[in-house]
Design a protein around this ligand. Sequence first.
Ligand SMILES: [Zn+2]
Length: 232
Amino acid sequence: MSRRRRSDPEAERRVHRGAAPAWRGNRVFYVAVEGESTEPDYLAFLNHEFGSQHQFLIHPLWKRNGMTPRRVVERALEQRDEVTVGEDRVQLWAMFDRDQHRDIPQAMRYARDNGVRVAFSHPSFDLWLLLHFTGVSGRQGGSSRTVHQKLREFAGFETFDSHNDKSMTGRRALALQGRHLAAAKRAKRLVDDCPTGDCTSSGGHANHCDPLRRDPSTDVWMLLVELGIVQP
Ligand SMILES: [Zn+2]
């Protein structure tokens, strides 16, 4: 979960905040997210960086102080009237973290039963950011402490998560540029290495793969596949 810092000295350097781009994407993605800062900022970054080229527009759905996984799925479903059955032009997504939540398997089942795709990260979305720079191995136990320590070694992220600043704009967004393919490759490798043993990057996590045991892992790359930014 992330909190937006009230007075942000980097506010003027926020290159990916502000008005939505002038173009309208052909495809619309409603992406409900757990956090109120990192994920919405990142989704705005995707709009600006790739939306025009790949003809999509993401609407991040978030709430101040964040949402539980179940609530994230419910928030995505508030847009379900816009989805046409059998078409992928409008997609509903829920993005949430392992953290220390108790309702992960239930929230994932609820999403699947209602046509909401899930981008689940274990321990957190911030793992996806770290994969832009380096690989990760070994269990994280639901804590993002190690992920944050490593992330702060990279330019732009030196102060990430200090003073509640988990924004993903300005220098941080710029630091991600050109690294998405490497991040997806590393994330796919984590699926291949899933402790269940039956999960592959080509087939995804097996049906019987317990999400709580996918440690570490992140499915955010699957959203980028649907957006057309990376290959399956
Ligand atoms: Zn798995």
